[in-house]
Design a protein around this ligand. Structure first.
Ligand code: ZN
Length: 107
């Protein structure tokens, strides 16, 4: 690591958002699980609780609004105190890239 990078990361530590509470943390405080980033508290719940599929949708270039809806749904769950996360995967259907988004609740 160059001295410039060291100084930069000291002044502007890289931050990412926890996949469950959507709060911002320093990268070093988050734990990775597949494509998810989890803060320490949510990492423990992620390991300990059941994962229940709450909603599954498919978005594409033609229907990007569906992806917005599932993020709004997750924010509603957070406001109700329900922990959840979204897993995304990609597949090709008839030449189009389709994103499958699954919203899971932790209970
Ligand atoms: Zn969190």
């Amino acid at each position: 690591m160059s001295i410039f990078t060291k100084i930069k990361s000291f002044i502007f530590p890289t931050r990412s958002v926890c996949s469950v509470c959507l709060k911002s943390f320093k990268d070093k405080d988050l734990r990775a699980h597949d494509t998810l980033a989890l803060c320490p508290s949510d990492y423990n719940d992620f390991q300990a609780l059941n994962h229940i599929l709450y909603k599954s949708i498919e978005t594409s270039v033609d229907h990007p609004e569906r992806g917005v809806g599932i993020y709004q749904l997750q924010k509603e769950l957070i406001s109700q105190g329900v922990k959840s996360y979204i897993l995304s995967s990609y597949k090709e259907v008839e030449g189009d890239i389709v994103t499958e988004m699954k919203l899971f609740c932790l209970k």
